[in-house]
Ligand binder design. Structure first.
Ligand SMILES: [Fe+2]
Length: 269
């Protein structure tokens, strides 16, 4: 993550929305304390983000993340930001593990959906080789009434080798969130190539920071600097706004044909 002064802060009239952040202090693998959360919040606010969702890990290896506590923790952080004059709205959410979700009640899943609205869930792509049962696990979550936003599939080696598997998941109705730092990683990065390909093919719907600290990953403003594809700005404004509202995604702008051909899923094989 670069300093604020070196980042071209978007000057459009639309504030940016970040749907994936490990922002709550002393909880998962995000900031250790209030000072760290405050610094991260100040950074994202200074680079154009006005709404961010606190999405702590919800999986077995983070037992200290207790769902009933999340609204209070978010409210406490929001109060701190208000006291310090940080113009950033923080909403409740969670990054849900595919297996963890199978053992939770509908009430618990609704509580960790975006804004607690009960419509949209951020679901973490498993790490390492993907099990054949992944599609079934996602299907089970969706049949319980949730729209799934799949977090950073471009970083997974199975999808990098077989992007059409991800394409079939997307074609089946799952939304995709690519991570800002994937877009900035450079064309020699397989994550970067797949992330840009997904945008060009219209198979990615949200760009999010998945930030854990100041000085770590690139944020939304830096990601927007890597592409002139008009879908990219839609992915940090209109699309996340619709997800927060639990509404269908609005039509996305498309690029001219020559630019779409710069990144092609087939090149990733
Ligand atoms: Fe995350």
């Amino acid at each position: 993550m670069r300093s604020v002064a070196s980042i071209c802060v978007p000057d459009g009239d639309r504030a940016l929305i970040d749907l994936h952040a490990h922002l709550l202090p002393g909880l998962d693998d995000g900031p250790a304390d209030d000072a760290g959360s405050l610094a991260l919040a100040e950074h994202v606010a200074a680079t154009g983000t006005r709404t961010i969702v606190a999405t702590p890990h919800l999986r077995q290896d983070f037992p200290d993340v207790r769902v009933p506590e999340l609204p209070g923790r978010v409210a406490a952080l929001q109060a701190l930001l208000r006291d310090r004059g940080v113009d950033l709205e923080v909403l409740v959410g969670g990054e849900v593990d595919t297996v963890w979700a199978q053992h939770q009640s509908d009430e618990t899943l609704r509580a960790v959906s975006y804004g607690g609205r009960g419509t949209d869930l951020l679901v973490e792509t498993p790490y390492g080789e993907l099990p054949p049962v992944l599609e079934e696990l996602l299907f089970r979550i969706r049949t319980r009434g949730f729209r799934v936003l799949l977090a950073h599939p471009e970083r997974n080696p199975s999808f990098q080798r077989d992007p059409e598997r991800l394409g079939r998941i997307v074609d089946g109705g799952v939304l995709v969130q690519v991570t800002a730092s994937s877009l900035t990683a450079g064309k020699r990065s397989r994550s970067c190539a797949l992330a840009h390909a997904l945008i060009a093919e219209g198979r990615a719907h949200v760009i999010a920071g998945d930030l854990h600290s100041v000085g770590g990953r690139a944020g939304l403003a830096e990601a927007l600097e890597t592409t002139d594809h008009p879908r990219a700005r839609w992915m940090v404004t209109d699309a996340p706004a619709a997800i927060l509202a639990g509404e269908p995604l609005p039509p996305a702008p498309s690029a001219a044909a020559p630019k779409r051909r710069r990144w092609n899923l087939k090149r990733e094989r």
